[in-house]
Write a protein that binds this ligand. Structure first.
Ligand SMILES: [Zn+2]
Ligand SMILES: [Zn+2]
Ligand SMILES: [Zn+2]
Length: 493
């Protein structure tokens, strides 16, 4: 293998004869016509390829007047003849060069145990593996026990299909093989997000407590989500997340109805209001499920997800939007506290009334920042965390930290009070209407990744947010729920 090894220290006592090529005192690998050659120089010699002065092309292990020379000219005898392809090359094992050894491993791995030969279906991938650029990397990969096991079960399957591959153990090996099989035309291109949703949703069905609700959710998954996804394939990550989240919420809603001794068909507005008020804001996302269930006559046509008006928006002209946003969010015109409120409303879909009541005990600041809202810990990945740190460093809070220990994040004018929601709402109205206009211009939100939306609305760099994909995805689900809510009431802010 061509892995560079660090040289051991020289040992002139054990190896008094210096190497004829490098002059160092290492173990002697061979006595060649130009002298004793150390093991390091020996290895380098059998890997030296080129054209000898005599015209021979191949391995040039010898030295004549300091220049590499072929075996015939130099009188150096080493075994560099591959029994497989006949080429002169470093022998890897069993008298085979690296590439021939790789080919043998690939053939072995893909041989159908019943026929003793490689099935036609696998030929494209077999050829591709054999001819990969870095034969030594290929060998290291294919010789691993878990890869051997995986390939054996894959080949024993007979069928070269995505479905057959899905039956094999999930993991990096399966992903890598699937990618290769698609790349080399053995398997058709498949929308992996749709496939992931399919397998996720079939497991999710098992969480339903009653057969009747299981049937409803099964239909919801097939006729709403999968149908839409297939029509839009390849789907955006946002579409996948929203489908997963709204299915989860629908399942929780159905299970809750079971626990109350009722069902979807009989659920009343009171049930819905109670369920939503008793849980996290993600429950608002049930509107997505209801908007499918209502026309399908699976629930009362009058069920409505409660509306939370956020005041009347005063729309700015399109020309003024970008300026207002930049001025408000980034020029420093908006204080840290206001920016935190904007983030909580926009990213987490929180109500002004609960925002002003946020207590420091709900905030954990370490390397990262976590805010517990509605009993749900929400992780704020960088750069969203900075806005909380900024609030903490505002002069007002520095004082309270040493003096009165006010519990409120949004300190009011008088000692011991928090801000009034109406006050904050009025302050932020221009910013909010700008942001909502900007969101409106994005069109169908589910076609964008969460990071792209946050970047578009709050000015964060998408790369930064992608690094915290799962946290952003969680936030995004809440955010979409809030947006649905506001869109439904016709008053985005
Ligand atoms: Zn040497
Ligand atoms: Zn020669
Ligand atoms: Zn060979």
């Amino acid at each position: 293998m061509t892995v560079a090894r660090p040289k051991k220290p020289e040992d002139p006592v054990a190896h008094p004869v210096p190497c004829a090529r490098c002059g160092s005192h290492y173990q002697v690998g061979a006595f060649w016509p130009d002298g004793a050659v150390c093991t390091y120089c020996y290895r380098a010699a059998i890997r030296t390829q080129g054209t000898c002065a005599c015209g021979h092309v191949g391995v040039l292990p010898g030295r004549i007047d300091g220049s590499p020379a072929c075996r015939t000219c130099s009188g150096v005898f080493v075994n560099v003849d591959c029994a497989g392809c006949g080429a002169e090359d470093e022998i890897y094992r069993h008298q085979l060069c690296l590439r021939c050894a790789l080919a043998q491993h690939v053939d072995d791995a893909f041989t159908n145990p019943r026929t003793g030969s490689v099935d036609v279906a696998w030929q494209p991938i077999v050829q591709a593996l054999k001819s990969m650029n870095r034969a030594n990397s290929g060998l290291v990969w294919i010789r691993q026990a878990h890869v051997q096991d995986f390939l054996r079960s894959m080949v024993a399957n007979d069928d070269a299909t995505h479905a057959a591959l899905d039956e094999l153990p999930a993991g990096a090996t399966r992903n890598h093989m699937r990618q290769l099989l698609v790349e080399h035309g053995v398997l058709p291109v498949r929308d992996e997000l749709i496939a992931t949703f399919e397998s996720w949703s079939s497991d999710a069905l098992d969480r339903l407590h009653s057969p009747a609700h299981r049937d409803v959710i099964d239909r919801y998954i097939r006729w709403k989500h999968l149908r839409t996804m297939r029509a839009r394939s390849p789907i955006a990550h946002g579409t996948f997340l929203v489908a997963k989240q709204s299915t989860t919420v629908a399942i929780e809603w159905c299970n809750w109805l079971d626990a109350q001794g009722t069902d979807l068909g009989r659920a009343g507005q009171g049930d819905l209001d109670r369920w939503i008020s008793e849980g996290p804001s993600t429950r608002l996302m049930v509107e997505r499920f209801l908007s499918w269930a209502r026309p399908a006559r699976l629930c009362s046509s009058t069920l409505t997800v409660p509306r939370h008006r956020r005041g009347t928006a005063t729309r700015l002209s399109t020309a003024g939007q970008a300026d207002a946003l930049n001025a408000a969010l980034y020029s420093g015109a908006l204080g840290a506290r206001d920016r935190l409120a904007v983030v909580l409303v926009l990213v987490f879909g929180q109500q002004m009334t609960s925002i002003v009541q946020l207590r420091w005990e709900q905030v954990t600041i370490t390397d990262t920042v976590t805010i517990t809202l509605a009993g749900l810990p929400i992780h704020l990945p960088p750069p969203l965390d900075q806005v909380v740190r900024d609030v903490l460093h505002e002069p007002a809070h520095k004082q309270t930290a040493t003096h009165s220990n006010s519990p409120w994040v949004f300190l009011g004018g008088r000692a011991g009070t928090h801000l009034q929601p109406g006050y904050l709402r009025n302050r932020l109205r221009p910013v909010m209407s700008t942001l909502s206009a900007r969101l409106g211009s994005l069109g169908d939100l589910s076609r964008h990744t969460p990071a792209a939306i946050l970047a578009e609305t709050l000015g964060y760099r998408p790369e930064t947010l992608e690094a915290h994909a799962s946290a952003v995805a969680d936030n995004y689900a809440r955010y979409v729920a809030a947006l649905d809510q506001q869109a439904a009431s016709g008053t985005l802010f």
